[in-house]
Design a protein around this ligand. Structure first.
Ligand code: ITT
Length: 198
């Protein structure tokens, strides 16, 4: 069975393809499914936005669709940028600038006040319209400098103490093992496998 992954973010697509590479489900991008739409993510939670994205594509294809809505919550910034993570400072602003800005906002903030987390809400709509959902997080701390070149987005400033590295210093396999999206996608994989047995 084929699942269209409703994203235009290549980083997300690479992560899900890695996780579903041994699955009975084949992941294809929105582009490869011939769907070219701009989705207005006007929800106020990650869950709402994941549902909005999945629904927009399902309304066109009628087949199985999965979507991820995710972001970074910085506790010191009252959980910003949160659902606005990709639009923070304008959607076309390079991540280097966004990351430097967050480091500047936390310039003299001590380590015990630098907690942050990545959140990923995954929504899957089955071909019969049934909705499956899960949300998972990855706890970290905002680093003091930009470190690493793997991954995407805010990865270079999210420091994972257990690894002594930022997410951008982890390989895609290492990141998937512990990440918000890795955990949510594996959970979703279990739910989807149950569907195959029904
Ligand atoms: P789609 O909506 O097309 O999927 P997007 O990038 O706009 O792509 P979101 O609206 O969910 O996706 O925004 C999520 C943003 O949060 C993303 O652009 C990153 O800046 C950040 N983010 C989420 N997960 C991340 C991760 O694993 N590593 C780094 N940054 C992440």
């Amino acid at each position: 069975k084929t699942i269209v992954f409703a994203t235009s973010n290549k980083g997300k697509l690479n992560e899900i393809k890695e996780i579903f590479k041994d699955s009975a489900y084949e992941i294809i991008s929105m582009k490869d499914a011939g769907v070219d739409i701009d989705i207005d993510e006007n929800g106020s939670t990650f869950e709402e936005n994941a549902f909005i994205k999945a629904t927009a594509v399902y309304d066109i294809t009628g087949g199985i669709v999965m979507a991820d809505d995710s972001g970074l919550e910085v506790d010191y910034l009252e959980k910003k940028p949160g659902v606005f993570s990709s639009r923070y400072m304008g959607k076309d602003t390079p991540y280097e600038a966004k990351n430097l800005h967050i480091l500047e906002l936390l310039k003299d903030v001590p380590d015990n006040m630098r907690s942050a987390r990545f959140v990923s809400a995954i929504c899957c709509i089955m071909d019969d319209g049934e909705v499956l959902e899960t949300t998972q997080t990855l706890e970290g701390k905002i680093s003091h400098e930009i470190l690493g070149a793997e991954g995407f987005g805010y990865d270079p400033i999210v420091y994972i103490s257990d690894y002594g590295k930022t997410c951008a210093q982890l390989s895609i396999e290492e990141k998937n093992k512990i990440s918000h999206r890795g955990k949510a996608l594996r959970q979703m994989k279990i739910m989807l496998n149950r569907k195959l047995e029904e």
